[in-house]
Ligand binder design. Sequence first.
Ligand SMILES: Nc1ncnc2c1ncn2[C@@H]1O[C@H](COP(=O)(O)OP(=O)(O)OP(=O)(O)O)[C@@H](O)[C@H]1O
Ligand SMILES: [Mg+2]
Length: 314
Amino acid sequence: MLAFPEHVKPIMLFAILLPVIPTSVALWLLSRSVPQKVLNKIQEISTRVEDDQGKGRIDTQDIPKEIMPFVNSINRLLNYHRNRHQQERDFTAHASHELRTPLAGILLQTEIALATNDPQKRENALKNVVKSITRATRLVEQLLAISRLNNEKNDLAKEHVDLLSLFKRATKDQITTAQQKGIELTFNAQSESIFIEANEDSLYILADNLIRNALTFTPSFGRVEVCVSLNTEGTTALLKVKDSGPGIPHHMRERVMQRFEKGDTGSKSGTGLGLFIVKRIADLHDGDVFLRDNEDGKGLMVVVCLPQITGIQL
Ligand SMILES: Nc1ncnc2c1ncn2[C@@H]1O[C@H](COP(=O)(O)OP(=O)(O)OP(=O)(O)O)[C@@H](O)[C@H]1O
Ligand SMILES: [Mg+2]
């Protein structure tokens, strides 16, 4: 053990107590300046908040006016968390309900296939099984995308991404689907490359959702065009996906951006999550999404604005 000379001991004791002194003085001053009634009330409020478990709000009826702003802000916080909690519950309930439909279809159609001796009937039933599995898989993929975006909300890993080659790849990946419907799918770009700070995987998901929508809702032998350009100031990249389909009526445009909203033209196989995901990804890149009439008057044009350009090659 270390032995200190007697005269050093009081100095050491003072050094140890030094950090505690301001807090003690503040508490002493507080207890003198804040009436005991108010302190008791704060104590009571903290018990109420603990008991409340996020269900309700603190009753403001007998709250002293000195601490009213404090209580109001706690109520706002409780309210915010209650709403968030409710939204999460609604989302889970909705997702489970959406998943139940294809699962019930798989069960029913498999039973039909097993019970019949008619080869044609069996084939039809099995085709329906494939449709339901595709629908369930799509839903799970979309839910996973949302879950990843939620997790990475504040910390989306961004890198130097060439938008042009990324969106070109997303377009190419849909060529077979386009050919199956006899749709003319084209890609146009103003420059050779546009680099931005972005998360490549999520921007691929964004483009993929928009091109899929255009191909899904455009009738056979229509046209879908994917264009990448810059705004007139050259500060923002613009991704436009144009189609010759039925479009979306003006009054529905805000609604279809919300989760699980399928709109009037909604396909039975869709989950209603695509545009919600697109908007979320654009937001995470400080961008925006607009639904417009197609420039030639027929069909829809979705415009995604993406700032943070770091390089252009014309
Ligand atoms: N290009 C389009 N043309 C016409 N209607 C569209 C188009 N894109 C989207 N919509 C409408 O908006 C709705 C929402 O689209 P969204 O992509 O969010 O969901 P979805 O395509 O139904 O399902 P998924 O989650 O599988 O993409 C669609 O159901 C459809 O009614
Ligand atoms: Mg979609």
